[in-house]
Design a protein around this ligand. Structure first.
Ligand code: SF4
Ligand code: SF4
Length: 543
């Protein structure tokens, strides 16, 4: 009888799972959600939502999405023996429905005053049905350990799967995300850290930013007559768009693809920053253009505030890896090998990322790896990595983990980065500021590094099995709205078409599609309410 196992990666932008044949390791099916089931655009939004709406509601949304995703795999779930998950500590804690306040609040005094006790997070094996996973009565759920409260199983995956631990030369690996986990490997010793970069380099907190979807500008290049935009089409392939004058937005020549641009992804933001800096149009945070904006296709722009946001993210990244180099007694010219991990690390133009400061400047070779979490979940599910291996590895990493929040070097370099990106300090002053802090200078980035991609996509075996996409988890949040006059202003204002107001049994209720809602980062519906009676956070899961 065939025995199945399931690998589940719980990412910030959604879930991805694969059904595997336990005996052969063959991938049988892949299913992904188009969005994360908890309202919000990034992990900070998800945690905020869970703190306000309640952890049980957030957990219920995740378990509901996992059940629907597993059902879409098309396997007999009763024959599943093992489910293995991977993700960052926030996501795994929400999935397990355990304490998250210790992850959200940094201060020890604050945690003590709230009576918060950190759960162990040292790996666990539980019955899948105990967490509410349906149709698999005999399955166990394996939860890998975290290293610290800020470095999770996803970082363990990054280190184990990329093979960086075997590197014969110093190398730096960074998982580019809202929290950028990073590790410097020197002679087998691993220095880790996690920089709170924020979501700007994923296209969020950017005025016209959006996740990768049809119509998003994903790249830009300086060419004759202006900048050539590249746009994602309906098949999620990036195609050449129009050439546009970045000062005015006037189209110089139409691209082969007639797809209207509707926003810009994180990779597009990186490309626009690189073009703007190289063209001498960006003097952070100011933009040298008649209206102070960089113009891309179809009215999509980068504003000075966007440069400020993206700059702070780049500054946090660079302060992070320079701090690790300093801890290890190395500096930028000593590290010639860089790995870029995570979906952003895979799809971004690596040379543009290097030029704007996201990659260690001495890198002569850049390897783009993509997301490694699902591969670790696969290996755990198939029994190729056991809990003792994972715990031992996590313990080893804890010994040389650097807490950036308390590291003076990080604070000093971030102050320099902030001056550069947000206060108009010229780049020529950067090294003078490092002198003040007793740090070595940083050099110009390598002119022509070699770049290689380990895979074209960040899903194992994506070319072998069809990928089912769950566009709508169908979970609706519902709450009574006292004082609602049913004017419809909230629904009209919602950019995601996520909210509906209906009368039921003589009372007025709001219904919000959980996976479409942008959550705490948005709240446009609440601000639009003329009666001031709409608050969506207390809504519960509708039957
Ligand atoms: S307007 Fe309201 S319902 Fe719509 S996405 Fe924003 S927060 Fe969610
Ligand atoms: S905007 Fe306010 S009053 Fe109008 S329908 Fe929405 S909740 Fe009701």
């Amino acid at each position: 009888m065939t025995e199945y196992c399931i690998a589940l990666d719980i990412g910030t932008s959604g879930f991805r799972c694969q059904a595997l044949d336990r005996a052969t390791g063959e991938t049988l099916a892949t299913s992904v959600t188009a969005r994360h089931p908890i309202p919000g655009m990034n992990v900070i939004d998800h945690v905020n939502y869970a703190m306000v709406a309640g952890e049980e509601v957030a957990n219920g949304l995740m378990i509901d999405a996992a059940n629907k995703l597993f059902a879409s795999l098309g396997i007999d779930l009763s024959k599943v023996s093992t489910v293995a998950i991977c993700g960052n500590p926030f996501q795994l804690s929400l999935f397990q429905n355990i304490e998250i306040r210790d992850l959200a609040y940094a201060g020890k005094n604050m945690l003590e005053s709230l009576g918060v006790v950190s759960p162990p997070r040292d790996g666990d094996v539980v019955k899948a049905s105990d967490l509410g996973l349906r149709g698999m009565p005999d399955a166990v759920l394996i939860i890998p350990p975290a290293v610290t409260h800020e470095i999770g199983a996803d970082a363990i995956a990054m280190l184990m799967i990329t093979g960086v631990l075997d590197s014969k030369e110093p190398c730096l690996v960074v998982d580019y995300g809202t929290n950028a986990e990073m590790a410097l490997i020197v002679d087998g010793k691993v220095y880790t850290g996690s920089a709170a970069a924020g979501p700007a380099l994923e296209g969020q907190q950017i005025e016209r930013g959006m996740l990768a979807a049809p119509g998003a500008i994903a790249d830009a290049d300086i060419t004759d007559g202006g900048w050539r935009c590249s746009i994602i089409d309906e098949s999620m392939t990036t195609r050449e768009g129009d050439v546009v004058d970045p000062r005015t937005g006037i189209t110089a020549s139409a691209g082969a693809m007639h797809k209207k641009a509707v926003g810009i992804t994180g990779t597009g933001v990186v490309a626009a920053l690189c073009c703007g800096l190289e063209a001498g149009m960006i003097h952070p945070p100011k933009i040298d253009a008649p209206d102070g904006r960089l113009h891309l296709q179809d009215g999509v722009c980068i504003s000075s505030a966007d440069v400020d946001e993206a700059g702070k993210a780049i500054g946090a990244l660079r302060a992070g890896f320079l701090t690790l180099l300093h801890e290890a007694g190395l500096w930028v010219e000593d590290v010639r090998l860089a790995y870029m991990s995570g979906a952003s690390g895979l799809y971004v133009d690596a040379v543009k990322a290097l030029r704007i400061g996201m990659v260690v400047p001495g890198a002569e070779r850049i390897i783009q790896f993509g997301n490694t979490s699902i591969e670790l979940a696969r290996r755990i599910a198939l029994g190729k990595v056991d809990m003792d291996d994972l715990r031992g590895f996590a313990k080893r990493l804890r010994a040389t983990h650097c807490m950036f929040a308390t590291a003076q070097t990080f604070k000093d370099i971030y102050a320099v980065e902030y001056s550069l990106w947000c206060c108009g300090m010229p780049m020529s002053e950067y090294n003078n500021m490092l002198d003040i802090y007793g740090l070595p200078h940083i050099s110009e980035p390598t002119a022509s590094p070699s770049v290689s991609r380990i895979s074209a996509t960040d899903l194992p075996d994506a070319e072998k099995v069809r990928v089912n996409i769950l566009y709508d988890t169908g979970t609706v949040l519902k709450g009574a709205i006292d004082g609602c006059i049913q004017c419809g202003a909230c629904a009209d204002e919602c950019p995601e078409d996520a909210i509906e107001i209906k009368e039921e049994g003589g009372s007025v209720f709001g219904f919000v599609k959980s996976d479409r809602c942008a959550g705490t980062a948005c709240r446009r519906c609440e601000r639009a309410c003329p009666e001031g009676v709409l608050q969506i956070s207390p809504f519960g899961i509708s039957d």
